[in-house]
Ligand binder design. Structure first.
Ligand SMILES: [Zn+2]
Length: 463
């Protein structure tokens, strides 16, 4: 068996692997390159395979950096296996991605036309490219083994990263021998609300392990959640307006979960909650469909209808008009809107209309990349620029760190410990930047005596 690393090699986006045997060709994830250094050219470069010759695709989870390039695979006709929640969320994410790319291309062409240039920018892909991909999705529940190609079987287990996220254990039968490879996917943090803890790495001959936070530990989730709860509770007592920039999938539901808990306890006055993001509204509906994929208490609250009762004061804002109506209000409320990093989306309007007001609370719970408005707020900028307008920051800005969807160094080591000790697998570290994966490599060497590979894009592993 040959495994080619297609991306996320020394960086955190563009995840993908090609597995080839004498009888089969399988893809595990096919994510988009995003952020610094990600160009359309890099995304368009598909790798050493033909889409129409693939036997199957397996997805670890629905994030764009794991599924975002599937619509580029012209002629793809094989089944795409993923957990049922991942199938639903991946559809939402791919449709949104196509929508964003169509919009970006349209805007760029308008600028070019005005500048007297040729308006020939094409989107990476469109809605029309997404539908055929979605038609290939096949739900594969956790812990069910399935032969997806001749001699290739997969079993998914919970990775605790987002709803439906999985690690993939693949067993390959070739020339009378059986080999097992594990693709960790993104491994989540323990003790996070809503999600179950990641299931530890099963025995394998080789493991591809993510290393996003390979160099550090997060503060325990419990302390972070208590802090978050404290800020929301105090704001409700003081009748403040709270703005929560949040990613539509994962973070928005986590904030709703904490607000529901506060209301269930009756520990603060009930204030209206505005879920101001069509995508977060759809994602929350998908979350509601799969209580069976969640940790026990959340599952109970959903199945008994308690969660629905606790969240009666949530108002979904679907149209831009509904969103605009919140702009000038001084009433106590919680507004959840995207994007999480404040680099676009409806939250920009809320910030523009509220940052200059004393008493408004801004609650930052996401990682903020360099250069984003979110990062400027984290860094305490006294003034920011939004839509070509200078806005003074008089609102109280709270930064709550530690709510990562990724395990820290200790979590990753705990995840792989049993497999490392019992099976002494080969390990390759992917999905991490240079410093992070080198730090994790040093830990794996000192703790388990395993020197992991740090592959580059298109590096090949023979098993
Ligand atoms: Zn992810």
């Amino acid at each position: 068996m040959r495994i080619t690393v297609l991306g996320a090699a020394g960086e955190v986006t563009g995840s993908g692997y090609l597995v080839e045997t004498a009888r089969a060709r399988v893809l595990v994830d096919f994510g988009m390159f995003q952020g610094r250094g990600a160009t359309d050219e890099k995304n368009m470069e598909l790798g050493p395979f033909h889409a129409d010759k693939l036997d199957a695709v397996v997805l670890t989870h629905a994030h764009l950096d794991h599924v975002g390039r599937l619509p580029l695979l012209k002629g793809l006709g094989c089944p795409i296996h993923a957990t049922p929640p991942t199938c639903d969320l991946a559809q939402l994410i791919l449709e949104d991605s196509a929508h964003i790319q169509e919009g970006d291309a349209r805007r760029e062409n308008t600028w070019r036309e005005r500048a007297g240039e040729e308006p020939d920018v094409k989107p990476l892909y469109t809605q029309a490219d997404v539908a055929p991909v979605v038609a290939l999705f096949r739900g594969l529940p956790y812990h069910e083994e399935r032969e997806i190609a001749p001699g290739v079987r997969v079993r998914l287990q919970d990775a605790g990263h987002i709803l439906g996220s999985a690690s993939v254990r693949m067993t390959v039968e070739e020339d009378g021998a059986t080999k097992a490879v594990v693709f960790s996917g993104d491994v989540g943090q323990e003790d996070m609300p809503i999600l179950r803890d990641p299931e530890p790495c099963p025995p394998a001959d080789m493991v591809f392990l993510e290393s996003t936070y390979g160099d550090r530990d997060h503060r325990p989730a419990e302390a972070t959640l208590a802090e978050l709860k404290g800020i929301l509770r105090k704001a409700a007592w003081e009748k403040r307006k709270v703005l929560c920039p949040a990613f539509a999938i994962g973070r928005a539901q986590l904030i709703l979960h904490v607000l529901a808990e506060i209301q269930r306890e009756g520990s603060a006055p009930v204030v209206p909650i505005y879920l101001d993001s069509p995508m977060a509204i759809r994602a929350t509906e998908i979350y509601g469909k799969y209580p069976g994929s969640m940790e026990g208490e959340t599952r109970r609250l959903l199945e008994s209808g308690e969660m629905r009762r606790d969240l009666q004061n949530v108002h979904p804002c679907i149209t831009p008009q509904q969103s605009r109506e919140l702009n000038d209000s001084w009433d106590p409320a919680v507004v959840i809107a995207g994007s999480g990093m404040c680099d676009g989306g409806r939250i920009m309007h809320h910030l523009r209309h509220n940052l200059w007001r004393r008493g408004v609370q801004v609650l930052l719970t996401s990682f903020m990349a360099e250069g984003t408005l979110g990062r400027k707020l984290v860094d305490g900028a006294p003034k920011v620029r939004i839509f070509r307008e200078d806005i003074v920051v008089r609102a109280d800005v709270h930064t709550v760190n530690g709510l990562s969807a990724h395990a820290g160094q200790g979590g990753l080591l705990a995840w792989i410990e049993r497999c490392a000790r019992d099976a002494a697998p080969r390990i390759a570290l992917t999905h991490g930047e240079v410093r992070q994966r080198e730090a994790l490599a040093a830990c794996l060497k000192s703790r388990f005596g395993i020197v992991p590979a740090l592959p580059e894009r298109y590096e090949v592993f023979d098993l």
